[in-house]
Design a protein. Structure first.
Length: 168
């Protein structure tokens, strides 16, 4: 693995941490980490986007305050929002097989990645909170669909510009 590639992965792990700190408090906080995870997958590719997300999660699990609210620690991964944090790992992996295909397939992979993250996080939230799946959907998915779609669109725009700049 080249130094350039390692640096890019590290930069996107750091970007995800910074975006996690941009928070609107709620039971499941509104953050910009969705933007960062998608931007990593779109810019670096599925595998390196996965690595950047995994580094961010590992740093948080080790106790560094890289999650929302400047929090960290393994307990955060076992809390009500832990499923969404871990669900972010699936986003770039789902994007991976579609990154070389045309725009409709890539766009569907973005939606598939977000749905997978929602499914994993919602199931975990319902289990940990003791509420039902419907309650978790009302609290954790429905309010986030439009903001997350906007963050994904912004990530696509930023990623296209960054990829052009990287090639120069």
């Amino acid at each position: 693995m080249s130094i350039k590639r390692i640096c890019r992965i590290g930069i996107f792990a750091a970007l995800t941490a910074v975006c996690s700190w941009v928070t609107i408090p709620a039971p499941v906080p509104f953050t910009m980490q969705t933007f960062a995870v998608f931007a990593a997958g779109m810019t670096l590719g599925g595998f390196d986007g996965f690595l950047a997300t995994a580094v961010w999660i590992a740093l948080g699990a080790a106790g560094l305050p890289v999650f929302s609210g400047f929090s960290g620690g393994i307990s955060k991964l076992f809390g009500v929002t832990g499923g969404y944090i871990l669900g972010f790992l699936f986003v770039p992996l789902i994007m991976l097989p579609f990154e070389k295909r045309g725009n409709p397939a890539r766009t569907l992979s973005f939606a598939g990645g977000m749905l997978c993250c929602y499914a994993f996080g919602t199931a975990w939230f319902a289990y940990v909170s003791g509420g039902g799946v419907w309650s978790a959907l009302i609290s954790c998915v429905f309010p986030f669909v439009l903001p997350d779609a906007a963050k994904i669109a912004a990530a696509a725009l930023v990623s296209a510009r960054v990829k052009k700049a990287i090639k120069k």
